[in-house]
Design a protein around this ligand. Structure first.
Ligand SMILES: [Zn+2]
Length: 345
């Protein structure tokens, strides 16, 4: 085994000790009179070669070894640094694994938000206990009333006349539906089906219609949303984590968090075209069974389209109307479907 003579300073006293250095399996050994020291090479620093100066080995505790330069020293330390590189390479491989794992977790989170939540919302919406659904619907209407007002300008007789037309349509469905009226100028002519089956029709919509059958057509469409639990799904899917925690934990206090956001979801997020088409089909079939021509739906939807278009041109109004147009890109198409339905049945 190669040995190199060196002078060792323990870092405590200025006195040097003569020692012999040897190296085996990455371990540096110092042996001398009264000196026995063994260190892993990775823990020892070798001073760089500078001309013909003596080399120094620096230990972490401040001890130093001085010796004549020798190619053997480089052999020992190069082997050790190679091992160090291997270690770094291994660590790097681990970082790679960590990055991969992180990416997978992120991707799963995004997938959960994009597809998992709507899917879970759809599955859970039909399984939620009725009392929670009722609570959610009541909370939603209360929130809307706070934001938009809780009155109607319609006389009791007028309300009753419309309810008389609505009741036979509503009685067909498995989920009970009720009809309420509200004077909501900010929402304009509109009707909303809330999560619990309450349908709100605005006085502005009643004013826009020229025939009550137009209003019944809208109500038949809204009953489609009620029977398919569209509002419940929408609120559940859109309130995101709150809904997920609520559904998984079944914690009723979670319901309060959803109720807070539900009115905004109801007025700002619209159903997808697919859901609208579902509700349309339900509405047309329901109307036909009750001797109502689906063409009334075509009439009112064209009126709504015209109203919202002219309203959007009124500068200075909030953007609720441009919202309406964005969410109802296919009004003409839907009117057409109503007319086709009439032709086919
Ligand atoms: Zn709709």
């Amino acid at each position: 085994m190669t040995t190199l003579p060196a002078r060792y300073f323990d870092g405590l006293s200025a006195r040097g000790h003569e020692v012999l250095l040897s190296c085996e399996a990455g371990q540096l050994r110092l042996q001398g009179e009264g000196i026995q020291r063994c260190e892993t090479l990775n823990a020892v620093e070798l001073s760089p070669r500078l001309g013909h100066t003596r080399r120094r080995l620096l230990f972490v505790d401040g001890a130093v070894c001085e010796l004549e330069d020798s190619p053997v020293l480089d052999t020992w330390f190069n082997a050790a640094s190679h091992q160090r590189w291997n270690l770094l390479a291994r660590l790097e491989a681990h970082w790679g694994m960590i990055a991969v794992a992180f990416s997978v977790v992120m991707a799963l989170t995004v997938m959960l938000a994009l597809w998992g939540l709507p899917w879970a919302a759809q599955k859970m919406a039909v399984r939620l206990p009725q009392e929670w659904v009722v609570q959610l619907g009541k909370g939603t209407l209360t929130g809307l009333d706070k934001a938009l007002g809780d009155k109607t300008t319609l006389s009791l007789a007028r309300q009753q006349a419309l309810r008389d037309g609505f009741t036979p349509l509503a009685q067909e469905g498995a989920i009970p539906a009720t009809l309420v009226f509200r004077d909501w100028p900010r929402l304009g002519p509109n009707a909303l089906a809330l999560p619990d089956g309450t349908i709100v029709m605005t006085d502005q919509l009643v004013a826009l219609a020229e025939d009550d059958r137009e209003l019944l057509a809208v109500l038949a469409h809204e009953l489609g949303h009620v029977q398919e639990r569209h509002a419940l799904q929408k609120v559940m899917a859109s309130s995101g984590v709150a809904a997920l925690v609520f559904m998984l934990a079944g914690d009723v206090s979670g319901l309060a968090n959803i109720v807070v956001v539900a009115p905004t979801i109801m007025t700002h997020l619209h159903h997808s075209r697919a859901l609208e088409a579902d509700a349309d089909r339900y509405g047309f079939a329901l109307m036909s069974r009750h001797g109502l021509d689906p063409v009334w739906f075509a009439r009112i939807i064209r009126k709504l389209e015209a109203y919202h278009k002219s309203d959007a041109e009124d500068a200075g109004k909030d953007d609720s109307m441009s919202d309406w147009l964005r969410s109802h890109p296919a009004s003409e198409e839907r009117a057409h479907h109503a007319e086709q339905f009439r032709a086919q049945h």
